[in-house]
Design a protein around this ligand. Structure first.
Ligand code: UDP
Length: 328
């Protein structure tokens, strides 16, 4: 059995990947400081509560299990917060990522799947965005992801590390079996924010109505978290084949504006949703829509849940059963 260290495995995407690893016969070992993750989201998988800054604990963990590869999620991931506090992002996403790489080198592990982001691209010149698009991030969060990707590229060129960076567009939805879902505290992501407004009869802020898009609101490409999870397994298998480094987009190729998302949530939930037209959130590009042709062609990835209605429905099912989240 292959042991895989999953940093940040108790988070939203991480926990779905842990479930998929188990389903496919891998043994995930979760390393998470539980600052934003949830212990309940990883069931019985071996778990170490630790921060990537704690080199000794990290090294001990990597030596206690026969780890063959790392899937690295542990990071801060809020665009708005990164604009307000960029140093936090450089510390947690870059410096601690380097700690991880250092320890991996020390113990002889040379395969890593890295959780990157569409935020590496910045304001796109063309839609859909391919991997050849220039990377010019418009916010510190995207900058940290791009820096770390470049570290990995350089380490590949020098023969030290094999890696696949997965550039997620907007991760959404929830485990269709209803065991896992999205529980961020504080919540800032659009779809759960709209759910909250729907349940509480309150209003959701629309962060910017003056973008250069047909209805003036930002356009994003929402991808089901289970489809994302599946891509991590394909990436892992690619790295098991031998020397490799690459980056892949992961999205559905369909852009939805904030107003369109709110409409679909209203249809799926059967609830009327109030909105408050608000100011832009600094750092937000106007539209991000992926071309995922490369990962389809090279790794054979395919979506199981491409429709926004299904994505929202799976998330809503979990949200209704867990209005207070994981309760941990
Ligand atoms: N957004 C919004 N209201 C909210 C939260 C988000 O209008 O309460 C917008 C946000 O400006 C962005 C889109 O919804 O254009 C998706 O934001 P989210 O935070 O979900 O993901 P991100 O694109 O930052 O990864």
């Amino acid at each position: 059995m292959s042991y895989i260290l999953v940093t940040g495995g108790a988070g939203f995407i991480g926990s779905h990947v842990v479930k998929e690893l188990l389903r496919q016969g891998y043994q995930p070992v979760v390393y998470d400081n539980l600052q934003t993750g949830h212990r309940k989201a990883i069931g019985d998988a071996p778990f170490v509560k630790g921060d990537l800054a704690d080199r000794e604990k990290l090294k001990e963990t990597l030596q206690s299990y026969p780890i063959q590869a790392v899937i690295h999620f542990a990071a801060d991931c809020l665009v708005g917060e990164s604009v307000e506090n960029p140093v936090k992002y450089f510390k947690n996403n870059v410096r601690k990522g380097i700690h991880l790489i250092e320890i991996m080198e020390e113990v002889g592990i040379n395969k890593i799947v890295f959780s990157s982001s569409a935020a590496v691209y910045g304001e796109p010149h063309e839609i859909p965005i391919t991997e050849e698009h220039p990377c010019l991030p418009t916010n510190p969060y995207g900058e940290t992801k791009w820096i770390f990707e470049r570290v990995l590229q350089t380490l590949f060129k020098t023969g030290k590390m094999n890696s696949i960076s997965l550039r997620y567009f907007n991760a959404a939805g929830a485990d269709p079996e209803g065991e896992l879902g999205e529980d961020h505290r504080p919540e800032t992501h659009l779809i759960p924010m709209v759910f909250r407004a729907a349940l509480n009869n309150s209003s959701v802020p629309i962060l910017g109505t003056d973008y250069d898009t047909p209805d003036g609101t930002c356009i994003r490409d929402y991808i089901h978290v289970s489809d994302l999870s599946h891509a991590h397994l394909l990436a892992l298998k690619k790295l098991e084949e031998g020397r490799f480094a690459g980056a892949y987009n992961l999205g559905n190729g369909n852009g939805y504006s904030v107003k369109e998302v709110i409409k679909v949530v209203s249809r799926v939930t059967g609830k009327r949703i109030g909105v408050i037209e608000s100011a832009r959130r600094p750092g937000d590009p106007s539209r991000l829509v992926a071309s995922s042709a490369k990962i389809k062609r090279e790794l054979g990835w395919a979506q199981k849940y491409p429709g926004l209605g299904t994505i929202i429905d799976t998330a809503w099912q979990w949200f209704c059963k867990h209005p207070e989240g994981y309760h941990d």
